[in-house]
Design a protein around this ligand. Sequence first.
Ligand code: HEM
Length: 439
Amino acid sequence: MHDESRTGPPSAPVRSPELSGCPELFSWEFAADPYPAYSWLREHAPVFWTRLPSGVEAWLVTRYADARVALADGRLSKNPAHHDEPADARGRTGIPGERKAELMTHLLNIDPPDHTRLRRLVSKAFTPRRVAEFAPRVQELTDGLIDAFAVRGEADLIHEFAFPLPIYAVCDLLGVPREDQDDFRDWAGMMIRHGKGPRGGVARSVKKMRGYLAELIHRKREDPGDDLISGLIRASDHGEHLTENEAAAMAFILLFAGFETTVNLIGNGVFALLTHPEQRGLLQSALVSGDAGEALLETGVEELLRFDGPVEMATWRFAREPLVLGGQRIAAGDPVLVVLAAADRDPERFEGPELLDLARVDNQHLGYGHGIHYCLGAPLARLEGRVALGTLLRRLPDLRLAVDLSDLRWRGGLIMRGLRTLPVEFTPSAGQRVSDVPS
Ligand code: HEM
């Protein structure tokens, strides 16, 4: 096992001989199907110190019980200043603290009491009611995107559907005027490519987004509307308001946290349905029969999040003091990554965890995290997931993969899990828009 006497992070990855049976982590095969490796880690090394592809070393936490404890443990800070980063790794770890821009001081990088204050303020504006009122717009956006490719009989569901839907939805919610939303689509597109675009493209996109948001917040302050940005500006708690920088960082994290996650909820969800025809058939029959369909869609979206959710690992945490997790000593300054994808297939918590069961009810998965950083956008994500998947199955009933499984490529990122493309085919149809059906 690991050196129990060490007081800081080891300079080389610690792998004891009995860990040699672990399937390779972070290879292309791992990106396509990380679950065998996670199953091995859960069993043999549930809190595992490893070197990540970026060069930084971190603990991977893979059991459900340990994951819940870690996500709720205040000794694990979200503030990258607590990272005891080796000098030789500085500047290439990908840990967000390196980018000191104001937009980075947001909910996912701060601890109480700052986190408590900001979260309370944003919760006053981003309410479940605001999300519920937004449902018809999500349906309209969904139908519009499907209209654009339904007559062709084929599409790339990532680029033509899963990618634009959440970006337009969150822009609408925030109050970004429609004529500017394609700029956001381009900037977000650059950011999702994780630096694989033109040199400096991501930094330029973040800069443009920052400039735009600052200007938009300024305009909304002068001329408020019904939108979420105006709500953020108005929100107050015991006389406290968000500053302009805080409001910009909040709008940025809502866009950023709400965008790629939802792309992958739709992409991974459609992929899981297409590769589990029996479950997909059950859902499709229930959807044509009415009420039972909505109920199955609801449990089904939760199950798709558990089975192959968009957030493979929760965001970085750093031990602010020494602690013991799952029997393993963690030193102050060590980075910790909670592997939600592994925890959500833990047989100690879920019956038949490797099975996709859209009707599963005992399903307290960690796909949205746990504790004080629990996903703020979960109601919106659930709405988008239900509308997107339900509408696709209703309007394109014979939807099928247009390529071999072996031709599909998964993105190689650490935190997000999602497909690069999802080529599908179906019988061409103009079809009836769900948003045109009177409710
Ligand atoms: C299926 C889609 C989504 C999934 C799976 C997801 C998942 C998560 C997870 C796992 C966390 C916690 C991360 C951690 O503790 O390290 C989180 C936090 C967060 N999410 Fe989501 N998310 C989704 C969609 C959204 C949407 C649509 C929004 C907003 C528009 C959003 C906004 C946020 C914010 C602001 C936080 C930080 C909360 C805090 O630190 O207090 N998310 N999300």
